[in-house]
Design a protein around this ligand. Structure first.
Ligand code: NDP
Ligand code: 8X3
Length: 248
């Protein structure tokens, strides 16, 4: 056995790709997500590598502490569960969507971290990898609270490092740009046409690209902490700052 990884949001996209890659590399997996049917499918697919599946909503604080707080000998916590909802300007947005993003991307990530960190500190070993986003660094119209939650993930990761100095517990924030997963289906609430348009004509990052990067991160020598990685598809880059002109 190479190590033990807990993956939040393993039922799709990056989390699922990580589960598949880490299983292929001989790791033990603890897989979580809300959709139990998908967890069961993954368990069947990956066999004995899956130590445990835990149907879990990361927003449910008591459940997170109950389910993750008692786990032992975890080498890696991949805080991946997250979502964007909507792309409307902030004055038109559904406030419930904002709350769900805060509850999931910020509070859920906090709960999972706080639940698992004591045993890592006690064992003086472990690695927390937080999935941020380019949206946490680079603003765009409609990114409002989603980008804000990912900026939290970035700064929280750095602050964890500051707290953990003197221990051998590592922390990394991994911030991908546009990647093809169920992310846009969720963002556009099942509007598959709008979701498909996000990736049309461009070669987006694929979940396996993120999984390979996560694997690289955890296989660095133990004295090496990669603080942050930002990665994008070759077909994505920054544009000029926007300027409103009266005659627009
Ligand atoms: P997917 O929609 O494919 O996967 C999201 C995962 O998060 C699912 O497994 C889902 O599981 C889980 N999840 C969502 N809400 C909850 C919750 N309340 N409790 C537990 N699990 C939850 O998208 P991605 O794989 O693309 O997204 C993974 C992460 O990467 C997210 O944090 C996202 O913000 C981030 N990201 C995505 C990018 C992209 O372009 N795709 C780029 C940069 C970052 P279930 O529904 O079963 O609970
Ligand atoms: C997902 C990437 O650009 O849709 O975090 O916000 S983006």
């Amino acid at each position: 056995m190479k190590g033990k990884i807990v993956i939040t949001g393993a039922t799709s996209g990056f989390g699922k790709a990580c589960a598949e890659l880490f299983a292929a590399k001989g790791w033990q997996l603890i897989l979580t997500g809300r959709r139990n049917d998908r967890l069961l499918q993954l368990q069947q697919q990956l066999g004995s590598c899956v130590e445990q599946i835990i149907p879990l909503d990361v927003c449910n604080r008591d459940e997170v502490f109950k389910q993750l707080g008692s786990l032992k000998d975890v080498d890696v916590l991949l805080n991946n569960a997250g979502l964007a909802l909507g792309l409307e300007p902030s004055w038109q947005v559904n406030i419930d969507d904002w709350e769900v993003m805060v509850d999931t991307n910020i509070k859920g990530l906090m709960y999972c971290t706080r639940a698992l960190l004591p045993s890592m500190v006690k064992g003086n070993s472990g690695h927390i990898i937080n999935i941020g986003s380019t949206a946490g660094e680079w603003p765009y119209p409609g990114g409002n609270v989603y980008g804000g939650t990912k900026a939290f993930v970035q700064q929280f990761s750095r602050n964890l490092r500051a707290d953990l100095l003197g221990s051998r517990v590592r922390v990394t924030v991994l911030a991908p740009g546009m990647a093809e997963s169920e992310f846009s289906n969720v963002r556009f609430k099942g509007d598959v046409e709008s979701a498909a348009k996000v990736y049309q004509g461009a070669e987006a990052l694929q979940p396996v690209d993120i999984a390979e990067t996560v694997y690289w991160l955890v296989t660095r020598p133990k004295h090496v902490n990669i603080n942050a990685i930002e990665m994008m598809s070759i077909d994505q880059a920054w544009g000029p700052l926007a300027v409103h002109r009266d005659n627009d």
